[in-house]
Design a protein around this ligand. Structure first.
Ligand code: ZN
Length: 255
């Protein structure tokens, strides 16, 4: 399994793209602005999108992606998997025939280009050789993390979350956890904003990391633009013994 990081930033600005990861060539986890850099041929092979939650930095590219693949191949639908609340938000606020056409009814209601599938905490969706498992996390809106299992091991991504009691037991149960992509949006100096908006800080993240029984590669994501170096320094100072790196646009992970 090959994971290509298309965007991993908590905002925009020169060189920054918001969250999107391409799994092999057909599955996206989140559809932030990072998908806009893909070649047309790479966009056209995407047929599955897992959304961690409905926030704009995770869904901004989805309407334009659907439009692109609609033009190319209406015979093979694009399926979006997410919690019920996330699907409802996307339908009500993006594909509402005002902001963007309702591709859930195009070209016909019986055979639409865009399909929605509820994937809630504890659900597993098999696509080819990979199993996508949804995990409850704790953000300001209903959100998911995912573990993705294939024969080489498990890749996990937290989505947006603050400290929680749900993600870590699932990760500990993955005996072959190889790579963990985990959010940490704000530096410790902004702990109160992080708590209110449902995000980790270096302090809260490293306290939770002490509960992890495995030693995967750990990649930090979702940092506010301009704060990356400060956040990274605070994390590695708190847990110097762990294998921690900073995710970048263009990073390719293999599991
Ligand atoms: Zn969010």
């Amino acid at each position: 399994m090959r994971i290509r990081v298309l965007g991993c930033s908590g905002g925009i600005g020169a060189g920054a793209r918001t969250t999107a990861m391409l799994i092999d060539n057909d599955v996206l986890i989140d559809a932030g602005t990072g998908i806009g850099d893909l070649d047309l041929e790479d966009l056209d092979t995407i047929r599955h999108v897992f959304l961690t939650h409905a926030h704009l930095d995770h869904v901004a590219g989805l309407p334009l992606l659907v439009d692109r693949v609609f033009d190319e191949d209406v015979a093979t639908p694009l399926t979006v998997y997410a919690r019920e609340e996330t699907l409802a938000a996307v339908q009500a606020h993006l594909f509402n025939d005002v902001i963007w056409p309702d591709f859930g009814k195009l070209p016909t209601e019986e055979n639409p280009m865009l399909r929605y599938r509820v994937c809630g905490p504890g659900d597993t969706v098999g696509i080819g050789h990979r199993n996508f498992h949804a995990v409850e996390v704790m953000h300001s809106v209903p959100s998911l993390g995912f573990t993705v299992q294939n024969s080489g091991g498990v890749f996990a991504v937290s989505g947006d979350t603050k400290s929680n009691e749900t993600l870590w037991p699932v990760l500990n149960a993955c005996d072959d956890l190889k790579v963990l992509v985990i959010e940490v949006s704000f530096p410790d100096e902004m702990a109160s904003l992080a708590q209110d908006s449902g995000h980790y800080t270096p302090k809260s993240l490293t306290e939770d990391l002490e509960r992890l029984r495995h030693e995967p590669e750990i990649w930090l994501t979702g940092m506010k633009p301009g704060e990356e170096q400060r956040i990274f320094r605070q994390v590695v100072t708190a847990v110097p013994d762990k294998n921690i790196q900073m995710l970048s646009r263009g990073t390719v992970l293999t599991v």
